[in-house]
Design a protein around this ligand. Structure first.
Ligand code: IDP
Ligand code: MG
Length: 151
């Protein structure tokens, strides 16, 4: 089942010039980037995006972190890509993230874990709609799609 996931490269990774490293992992896996934009997240958007965490003790720090500087927001498409991207991202706490995952290879601290990815079909739909207008999502064919997918 082809899915779309919302993926965001957080301010720490943008500042550390890790955008290329991170995106290239998704591209090499065969996933398709169908939307991307740099933006400075507003307080309101940050609070809405992370609303499930609003009662958590780290909520204010999280909003401060995500609004501190530019992020790269993306929509990535591929077969069952929501769970696949979560596996590629690794555990929330980078110290517990497996080597070979993005957080396991590039991050050390839960509060600076460099990337966000949707955790379910429902949250992907919600997050994509929150960050992107439909007109900003650009479908296209990859000429090697038959080398990535059997069917
Ligand atoms: P996820 O990003 O792996 O889905 P969530 O539990 O949804 O993790 O938490 C959202 C974000 O909030 C994390 O990526 C991390 O930046 C931050 N966060 C989560 N737990 C903590 C914590 O205990 N301390 C500081 N920041 C946290
Ligand atoms: Mg989450």
């Amino acid at each position: 089942m082809i899915e779309k996931s919302f993926v965001m490269i957080k301010p720490d990774a943008v500042k550390r010039r890790l955008i290329g490293e991170v995106i290239s992992r998704f591209e090499k896996r065969g996933l398709k980037i169908v939307a991307a934009k740099m933006l400075d997240i507003s307080q309101d958007l940050a609070k809405e995006h992370y609303s499930e965490h609003k009662e958590k003790p780290f909520f204010n720090d999280l909003v401060e972190y995500i609004t501190s500087s530019a992020v790269l927001a993306m929509v990535i498409e591929g077969d069952e890509c929501i769970s696949l991207i979560r596996k590629m991202v690794g555990a929330t706490n980078p110290k517990e993230a497996d080597l070979g995952t993005i957080r396991g290879d590039f991050a050390l601290d839960t509060g600076r874990n460099i990337i966000h990815a949707s955790d379910s079909v429902q949250s992907a739909k919600r997050e994509i709609a929150l960050f992107f207008d439909k007109s900003e999502i650009c479908p296209y064919q990859m000429p090697d799609e038959h080398l990535i997918y059997e069917g």
